[in-house]
Design a protein around this ligand. Structure first.
Ligand SMILES: NC(=O)C1=CN([C@@H]2O[C@H](COP(=O)(O)OP(=O)(O)OC[C@H]3O[C@@H](n4cnc5c(N)ncnc54)[C@H](OP(=O)(O)O)[C@@H]3O)[C@@H](O)[C@H]2O)C=CC1
Ligand SMILES: O=C(O)[C@@H]1CCC=N1
Length: 268
């Protein structure tokens, strides 16, 4: 269970803010310490306060900014005066840099966090970066993210767009892969619902095994492929001209570029 240093305001609570909130509550964070602000009414877990306007009793101990990057300049003018002096501002906005946040908000420490959707079940990834050197604030940010999954500090801010592409966007790519694996099985004649179950369980088991293995995923792939067998024939298709690697390189590069564009827009 995460002990909050005081009230936490969650500004924006859609797909990702909602996933984080769900996990915090499941982990035992005191719901009475959390205030959620969105534009429209929404259900929140029992004990959590929800409003459609910025509370007047700030600053809280922690603000978590979970709106879309494109919504930053609608939110900032209203929010900034009410959180002036906040000890810790955590932003999950893809692309938006600490300097862009510091220009809009007076916060003692700004931490960028990049979660991914499986945080909802405590099996996500949260990358963190901060130029702030306040140890207590950094520890608070890391402790808040700990129940969400694997937490990793990224030392070089310049790599944050890359990490966003890999682990922030990554579940989208993996879900698409599972869907394609199932569709390929269905194309071979399996009932679609059964193909989907098999594809999900195959990816789940393979990821769990890779996570617990002392050899690399590449070595594990070779262990599936008996010489002269059917896996090798399939891998030959993926490996021809590094087809899969090329495809994923282009995929991550496209996402990274988009994050850089968002960063440039937020710099103003
Ligand atoms: N989705 C993902 O997998 C990931 C998302 N992120 C980041 O998380 C952030 C949110 O993304 P996501 O959850 O997908 O987006 P959503 O559109 O699902 O959620 C946005 C939230 O912001 C609220 N909001 C919008 N405008 C305002 C406002 N003026 N005042 C208060 N609340 C407002 C919305 O409320 P309402 O519905 O009432 O308008 C909604 O709750 C983004 O910055 C994104 O980069 C990071 C990692 C992964
Ligand atoms: O697609 C997006 O912009 C966000 C950032 C990472 C995942 N989703």
């Amino acid at each position: 269970m995460t002990a909050l240093p005081g009230p936490l305001w969650l500004i924006g609570c859609g797909n990702m803010g909602g996933a984080m909130l769900e996990r915090w509550i499941a982990d035992g964070v005191d719901p009475r310490a959390i205030t959620v602000v969105t534009r429209s009414p929404r259900e929140v877990p029992a004990g959590v306060t929800h409003g459609t306007a910025i509370p007047q009793d700030g600053p809280p101990a922690v603000v978590v900014l979970a709106i879309k990057p494109q919504q930053l300049d609608q939110v900032a003018p209203d929010l900034a005066p009410h959180i002036a002096g906040v000890p810790l501002l955590i932003s999950i906005l893809a692309g938006v840099e600490e300097a862009a946040l510091a220009r809009r908000f007076d916060a003692a420490t700004v931490v960028r966090a990049m979660p991914n959707l499986p945080v909802a079940i405590g099996e996500g990834v949260v990358a963190l970066h901060s130029h702030g050197e306040d140890r207590a604030a950094r520890d608070t940010a890391a402790a808040l993210m700990a129940p969400l999954g694997l937490v990793e500090w990224i030392d070089d801010a310049a790599l944050f767009d890359a990490v966003t592409a890999l682990s922030g966007c990554g579940p989208g790519f993996v879900f698409r892969f599972i869907d394609a694996l199932a569709a390929a099985g269905a194309a071979l004649g399996l009932p679609a619902d059964q193909a989907q179950r098999l594809a999900i369980a195959t990816v789940q088991g393979s990821a769990t095994m890779a996570a617990g293995s002392d050899v690399s995923p590449a070595t594990l792939a070779d262990r599936v492929a008996s010489p002269g067998g059917s896996t090798r024939q399939g891998l030959n298709v993926l490996d021809e001209g590094d087809a899969l690697k090329q495809l994923l390189s282009a995929t991550l590069a496209a996402s990274e570029r988009r994050n850089a564009e968002i960063a440039a827009a937020a710099r103003g």
